[in-house]
Every structure is written in structure tokens, then in C-alpha cells.
Design a protein around this ligand. Structure first.
Ligand code: TXA
Ligand code: MG
Length: 329
């Protein structure tokens, strides 16, 4: 049975953290909130503990985990040949939703954290619960998103419980996560650095600190440098289709599907009264909406997007993956 503890001002904070710290130190897995999504944490120096993360998620072993630390100073204990640009990014964006890929010091982390790569992804999360936990446990915590592999990342403790009940001993409930999608992943081991996964922190924001970088998304003939990018992601049970965001087109699509006796959910900024179900679309609400669809009997999900939308880069990236790049036509 999985225990869930609310960590806010209303409960005995110290006891909650003590329990979480002891659980982590004994080599068990604890889910905790970050500002992006909930993470499934374990001692990154303990192979057995880390293997429990892979087991709980059903995650392929060749997909490395992100390591969370409480400060730049802690991070620097675990990496070598750190580029000046990586240091500048730490100063500018940590704590925050930017994961930096760097050269790991040999034999620092359990080999399953990095999937035997020589590099490691590290970030300092900007969330009081995550920071307090890291500060008290005094260990680097490997923590992928706390969802079953292939499912949308959890933005609420209840999402974690849905996927992990009975699989992990403890969830710290810190309420809804603020950003709602995973961190930007920047590979700083090459020149220029490359964004392997877009996120709330944009290419432009990073470029304003370290100059021109590259973006690997959309570069389909590239071998994925971020091993995780090749796997199916964020998928709801019913098939999700992207559709050009134009009211009459969407209404026609809804009717067409309903005429075949099927039920339609729409994930959109505006409601479509014709649809059987409506759920909100924004960076903060996307994953919750995808999960909500699984609780309906919708046969098909439509997500209106403007194919021209550029500054919604990260949201578009998650939608394309959830839809497996299918467009309704
Ligand atoms: O916001 C986040 O980053 C959340 C919270 C919990 O911090 N974590 C998260 O972790 O999204 P995860 O494991 O679901 O995603 C990690 C991504 C994967 O795409 C993985 O392939 C990539 O980072 N990654 C990790 N280590 C890497 C490495 N050494 N080289 C390239 N990519 C790496
Ligand atoms: Mg994930």
C-alpha cells in the first residue's frame, strides 16, 4: 500500500520529511513534487534503489534518468569538464526547469542512472518541497517523471497514486505542479549546445545567456541523442489527433466522427458544445486533460493546434508525441 502525505503548512512538516528521508536512505522510492511534474526519486548512488524506479515505471533500461541536486555546488561534485556555457546556464536558470547534460565523473552514480552513458542530466528543481527534501537527504536523487512509462507525466499527487499505487511506499503531495510539462533538456557536451527536449525555458531565453544554440526537435534523420525521445510518450488510451485550429473544421470533424457512432473528446482552449467531452488545453493543463480522457468513454480525441504556432514550441512537442504525429483528415 502506498502512503500519501500532504506536505503543506497544515501538517507536521518535519515528520513528513523525516519519513521521506529515511525511506530514501533505506533504498526505497519516494515520489515528490517539482515545479515541472512529479518525480519518482531514489538515491542516485544506489543501483538497487534506482532499479526500483525502472521497475515501478516499466521504463526501458536504456533510457537514462535525470539527477536532482540542491545546488550548483552539489552538482559540480558529480561532473567534470564542465563547459563555461553550462556554468552560465546554472547561474542563470537554477533552481529551475533546465536539465543540463554534462560529463559525469566516473563511478559517481549507479550505472543504471545514466544507462551506461558517460554523460548525465542534472538539474536543481525550483520547488520548496523538492529543495527541502534534497537538502535533508544529502544525496543526489535520480528522478524521472512519476508516471507509468508511456503515460502522461503527473501534475497532481493523485496522478502519481493512480499509476504507482502499491508499487512505491510513499508520495509527498505538494499540490498541482506549476509548469505542467517536463524541463528543457540542454546537451552542453557539444558545441554549440543542443536542446534535446523543449520546455518552458525557451531556446531564446537560453541564447540570451550563452549565444546561439541548436534545437534537435524536428530533426528527424538525427539519431536520437536523448535516448528517451525515441519512445512513445504521453499517450492517452483513445487515439489523439491534431487538427488545424479552425472552428468550422473542428465542428465538421466532431460531427463526422459522431455520425459513425463514436464519442469525441476535444482538448482545446475553447469549449465545443457539440463534442461529447471538453478538456482545457494549456501547458499547465495538458497532462491532466489527457488523463481525464482516460476516464471517459471517448473513442477519439481531437486537439486543435495552429500549425503556425512557434512560441508554443514545448506544448506542440508534447502534443505531437501524444498524437504520435497523427493529424485528423
Ligand atoms: O522536469 C523534469 O525533467 C522531470 C522532473 C521530475 O524533474 N523529470 C523528467 O525525467 O522528465 P524523465 O526521466 O522522464 O526524462 C528524462 C529525459 C529523457 O528524455 C532522457 O532520455 C533524457 O532526459 N536524458 C537523461 N539523461 C540523459 C543523457 N545523459 N543524455 C541524453 N539525454 C538524457
Ligand atoms: Mg518522463
Amino acid at each position: 500500500k502506498t502512503e500519501m502525505i500532504v506536505v503543506d503548512k497544515c501538517v507536521d512538516e518535519e515528520n513528513s520529511y523525516t519519513q521521506a528521508v529515511e525511506t530514501l536512505k533505506s533504498g526505497e522510492v519516494v515520489a515528490f513534487p517539482t515545479e515541472t511534474v512529479y518525480g519518482l526519486g531514489a538515491d542516485a548512488t544506489n543501483f538497487e534503489a534506482v532499479s526500483k524506479i525502472f521497475e515501478a515505471k516499466g521504463r526501458p533500461a536504456d533510457n537514462p534518468l535525470i539527477v536532482h541536486v540542491d545546488s550548483k555546488e552539489s552538482a559540480l561534485n558529480y561532473v567534470q569538464e564542465v563547459s563555461p556555457k553550462a556554468l552560465q546556464c546554472m547561474d542563470a536558470f537554477w533552481p529551475g526547469a533546465l536539465t543540463l547534460i554534462m560529463q559525469a565523473k566516473p563511478e559517481t552514480f549507479a550505472s543504471n542512472v545514466t544507462a551506461n552513458l558517460q554523460t548525465v542530466g542534472i538539474r536543481v528543481p525550483n520547488h520548496p518541497v523538492a529543495l527541502k527534501l534534497l537538502h535533508e537527504v544529502k544525496l543526489p536523487l535520480a528522478a524521472p517523471s512519476a508516471n507509468t512509462s508511456g503515460k502522461p507525466s503527473p501534475t497532481l499527487a493523485n496522478h502519481v497514486r493512480h499509476d504507482m499505487d502499491g508499487r512505491i511506499p510513499l508520495i509527498l503531495d505538494g499540490g498541482a505542479t506549476e509548469i505542467g510539462i517536463e524541463s528543457t533538456v540542454l546537451d552542453t557536451t557539444c558545441e554549440p549546445p543542443v536542446i534535446l527536449r523543449p520546455g518552458k525555458i525557451t531556446k531564446e531565453q537560453i541564447e540570451s545567456v550563452i549565444g546561439t544554440i541548436r534545437s534537435s526537435s524536428g530533426n528527424k534523420d538525427n539519431v536520437p541523442k536523448s535516448p528517451g525521445m525515441k519512445y512513445m510518450h504521453y499517450a492517452p488510451t483513445a487515439p489523439l489527433y491534431l487538427i488545424e485550429d479552425e472552428k468550422s473544421l473542428i465542428e465538421k470533424a466532431i460531427q463526422y466522427v459522431q455520425e459513425k457512432g463514436k464519442r469525441v473528446a476535444v482538448i482545446s482552449e475553447m469549449d465545443y458544445p457539440l463534442a461529447d467531452f471538453n478538456f482545457p488545453l494549456s501547458m499547465e493543463s495538458l497532462y491532466a486533460s489527457l488523463r481525464e480522457c482516460d476516464f471517459t468513454d471517448a473513442d477519439l480525441i481531437l486537439a486543435p493546434v495552429k500549425s503556425s504556432d512557434q512560441d508554443q514550441d514545448a506544448l506542440m512537442n508534447r502534443l505531437e508525441k501524444a498524437a504520435d504525429h497523427k493529424w485528423f483528415s
